[in-house]
Ligand binder design. Sequence first.
Ligand SMILES: C[S@@+](CC[C@H](N)C(=O)[O-])C[C@H]1O[C@@H](n2cnc3c(N)ncnc32)[C@H](O)[C@@H]1O
Length: 363
Amino acid sequence: MYLLELGGEDDAFAAHEAASAAADVRRIAPGLAVANAIDPARVRGLAYTHRANDLLGRTDASLESARALLETAPIDREGTVAVRATDVHGSTGVSTERAERELGQVLVDRGFGVDLDDPDHLLRATFSAGRLADPGTNAADETGDLLTPADGDEPIGERVSVCALGWLASESVRDFGTRAPTDKPFFQPGSMDPLLARAVTNVAGARPGATILDPMCGTGGVLVEAGLVGADVIGTDAQRKMVGGASENLAHYLDRDEPSPIGVDRGTWQIARGDATRLPLVDDSVDGVVFDAPYGRQSKIATHRLEDLVAGALSETRRVADRAVVVADRSWAGEARAAGWELEAAFERRVHRSLTRYVLVLA
Ligand SMILES: C[S@@+](CC[C@H](N)C(=O)[O-])C[C@H]1O[C@@H](n2cnc3c(N)ncnc32)[C@H](O)[C@@H]1O
C-alpha cells in the first residue's frame, strides 16, 4: 500500500490525476490519499502529487501515536535513514521539528544509522486533520451541474485525524516554474499554466507510446507537457500565428536528444493549421484529446459561434478518440453528452475572482 502526498487546493482533482500513475486511489485525509500500487516513473510526471511513499502504517495525528507506531512496525530495511515530517496545511499543530527528532530517535534505538544529507531510506511522517471532502463534491450531477459547496461552506464529510508513516518511493519533478508561459519562446495571453496542462494531459492518458491531440492548441502549452511525459503529440489551430508559435515552443522543449526531466524519451510532435470541427484525422486515430476552449470574448477569431465551435469540436474529438479532457470557462457537459461522450468527472478550479475554470473528463 502506498501513501500519496497531494498538492494544490483540490484533492479530488489531484486524486483523479494520481489515478493515471497509481491503482485504486482513495483519499484518506486533506492532502493525503492511499493507493494499492504505483508506477514510480509515472509518479515523477504528476503535477498535483508531490510524493508516493511505501506505507509503513497509519494512526491518528499525534506524535505519541506516531512514535508508538514506529516502535512496533516491522521494518525490513538496512542502511542509513532520515525522517522528514509535514503538517498538511498546518492542520494538526504537530511540531514537525520535534516529530523528525523523536521519530529519528526511535529509528536510532532500533539500530539504524542517521544520514540527514544522503540517507538510504527517507521516512516521511505526514500529519493531517480536517474534514474529508465528500467524494461527491466536485462531481457532476445528472444534469451536468457541478455540485460544489458555496464559498465559505464547511466541506461536507467526515472529520479525520491521520498520521501516515512511509518510506519515500517516488517524487514528482517540480520543474514547472521553468516553463512559465511568459518565459516560453512564443507567448500569448490565455496560455495554460504548465501545472494544469500537465495534470489534464495525464488525465487524458499521456504516457510513452500514447498519442495526444489538442485540436485548439494555441501556444502548445498542453502539448509541451504531454510530450515531456513521453506522449507523441498532434496539434491544430485555426490561426496561422498560433501554428507557427506552437511549433516554436514544441521544437524548443521536445527536439532534444536527452531524456525529459522525468527520465523518459520526449514525444514526437506535429502541428498543422486546421479547424477543430473538421479534423484532418481518421476515426480512432489518437488515444486522448485535451482542449482549452476559447472563452466567450475570444470566440470571434473563429468563424463559428462559440456554442457551435465547442459542439463541433466535441463531436469531432469523439470520432477520433475515446477519452478527452475539456477545460473551459463554463461547463459544456450538455454539449458533451449530445456529442456522445459520458461525463467521467467534472471539477471547478477557481483561477481568480472573476475566472473559474471547468475541467470535464469525458470517456
Ligand atoms: C484558449 S486558446 C488555447 C490555449 C492553449 N491551451 C495554450 O496553452 O496556449 C484557444 C485556441 O483555439 C483556437 N481556435 C478558435 N477556433 C478554432 C477552430 N475552429 N479550430 C481550431 N482552433 C480554433 C484559437 O486560435 C486559440 O488559439
